[in-house]
Design a binder for this molecule. Structure first.
Ligand code: FAD
Ligand code: NAI
Length: 475
């Protein structure tokens, strides 16, 4: 006898588990199916984000930053820390512990919200009376029927054609997060978000890191002025990024890996390294979903086709997160999950794609929301810009981290904030104020007139807003 649910969510990453919780909160009898296994074969909900993405990467960024501080910055504070060593195994164990806390947290939240959790692979069987029949294959085989189905099956790392991941020498994000010893030489292909974050982790721990990037511009999606400032900081740290390269043959060698490539000038080069991280983007994952059985439409990238409301080609089948169009970000997936649950309940779920923040958790951090200066120019929008450097911010000086700036872009006529771009300390936290401001359609003057605590990094945000009107107070 199949179990009947109002809502079945396939995938327990940030898109799926949040959709399940919201659906349950709204009174639906809800199931969530997720196949991720922990080291012991048990359930590990949370998806890419929790297991091999956002959370473990930030844990390693934190550990490696402590190491770098102890080695390079404690002395300025009068602290002697000689013979500082990194126990990589302990660092990785801590990271695994942080991941487990998050896995357990989600299982607790399912219980608290009365979401029925099934550990295994969910796949479509057929359209059935009362909705869709879904098979769960895993520890226990089950057949479920759901009136509404939310697909949240996420994404996988894109591999270089002909160079499969072995997670020993050629690493995806998964292997990159569990390298057992600091490699002497580390190569990365792709200087996007993962390339810069993982490159930073292993550089801080002592690896000689080179990132090969296909595009001629560094962080092309980031505001140019901000990207330039970030590049200067990374250069200073010794994180080598070669732009405009064309990667050729990648071969495993006795010592590791060798990568043939042509540099921006067209010169043939070879890079030898102990390990290679391939971070060239991610592909939507529908493996094992059996989408064909019900005729669920995919696009030519393999993403599930959805409209603005995350409705798929089938009635009462929805899809959210990395498996659909849009930025591959955990908070975007979560917003879509909440919005879909609310739409199923007849409410007006809403996701504002114009105010989704981006953060790159390097040091300095890079964060932004809204349009860049180059986008405003391309769109023919008349704008005013204001910047404020952390060098002139008291809290940043006290922290000993004055790299970077806050930049505001506002409409030349109405003063409405069109974009805020930050490179510098705690940019990940500072960007929230800009997101709130843009959601409320605030003007730069609104932020300039709000009292910000002193001394705080957020004063740089206020000052950048003042700079739009050319009236900074501290610069
Ligand atoms: P996923 O998190 O991929 O979850 C999908 C889940 O579905 C998985 O558990 C999978 O096992 C399961 N599944 C798939 N198919 C089935 C099936 N048929 N049956 C049952 N279960 C199935 N984003 C940020 O916003 N901030 C960050 O700092 C950040 N850092 C990242 C760092 C790295 C190294 C990586 C790789 C990604 C990072 N991301 C970050 C991106 C973020 O992880 C994704 O955008 C997010 O996880 C997408 O959520 P999702 O729910 O759509 O999919
Ligand atoms: P990415 O899209 O951020 O960067 C990929 C980079 O690889 C690009 O610069 C691209 O030009 C380059 N590239 C592609 N093919 C190439 C080739 N053949 N040779 C050389 N360079 C090539 O993708 P990444 O870093 O793999 O991350 C995937 C996604 O995961 C991100 O887009 C983001 O959505 C998410 N993520 C988010 C994080 C965050 O929010 N802090 C952290 C890490 C990942």
């Amino acid at each position: 006898m199949s179990k009947q649910f109002d809502v079945i969510v396939i995938g327990g990453g940030p898109g799926g588990y949040i959709a399940a919780i919201r659906a349950a909160q709204l009174g639906f009898n809800t199931a969530c199916i997720d196949e991720w296994k922990n080291g012991k074969g048990g359930p590990a909900p949370g998806g890419t984000c929790t297991n091999v993405g956002c959370i473990p990467s930030k844990a390693l960024l934190q550990s490696s930053e402590h190491f770098e501080h102890a080695n390079k910055h404690f002395a300025e504070h009068g602290i002697t820390a000689s013979d500082v060593k990194m126990d990589v195994a302990k660092m990785l164990a801590r990271k695994d512990g942080v991941v487990k806390q998050n896995n357990d947290g989600i299982l607790y939240l399912f219980k608290k919200n009365k979401v029925s959790f099934f550990h295994g692979r969910g796949s479509f069987v057929k359209a059935a009376e009362g909705g869709y029949e879904i098979k769960v294959a895993g520890a226990a085989e089950e057949t479920l029927v759901g009136k509404h189905i939310i697909v949240a099956t996420g994404s996988n790392a894109r591999q270089l054609p002909g160079v499969p991941f072995d997670e020993e020498t050629v690493l995806s994000n998964d292997g990159a997060l569990r390298v057992g010893a600091v490699p002497k030489k580390l190569a990365l292909i792709g200087s996007g978000v993962i390339g810069l974050e993982m490159g930073s982790v292993w550089r801080r721990l002592g690896a000689d890191v080179t990132i090969l990037e296909g595009l001629p511009t560094f962080l092309g999606a980031v505001d140019e002025q901000i990207a330039k400032e970030a590049k200067k900081a990374f250069d200073k740290q010794g994180l080598k990024v070669e732009l405009g390269v064309k990667v050729g043959e990648v071969a495993k060698t006795k010592a590791g890996v060798s990568i043939d490539y042509t540099d921006a000038k067209g010169e043939a080069k070879k890079l030898e390294a102990d390990k290679l991280i391939v971070s060239i983007g991610r592909v939507p994952n529908t493996v094992g979903l059996n989408a064909e059985a019900v005729g669920l439409k995919l696009d030519d990238r393999g993403a599930i086709v959805v409209d603005d409301e995350c409705k798929t080609s089938l009635p009462n089948v929805w899809a959210v997160g990395d498996v659909v169009r849009g930025p591959m970000l955990a908070h975007k997936a979560e917003e879509e999950g909440v919005a879909v649950a609310e739409r199923i309940a007849g409410q007006h779920g809403h996701v504002n794609f114009n105010t989704i923040p981006w953060v790159i958790y390097t040091s300095p951090e890079i964060a932004w929301v809204g349009r860049t200066e180059q986008q405003l120019k391309a769109d023919g929008v008349k704008y005013k810009a204001g910047t404020f450097p952390f060098l002139a911010n008291g809290r940043a000086r006290a922290l000993g981290d004055t790299t970077g700036m806050v930049k505001f872009l506002a409409d030349a006529t109405t003063d409405e904030i069109l974009g805020v771009h930050i490179v510098g300390p705690m940019a990940s936290e500072l960007i929230s104020e800009a997101v709130v401001a843009m959601e409320f359609k605030a003007s730069a003057e609104d932020i300039a007139r709000i009292c910000h605590a002193h001394p705080s990094l957020s004063e740089a945000t206020k000052e950048a807003a003042l700079a739009v009107d050319k009236r900074t107070l501290n610069f």
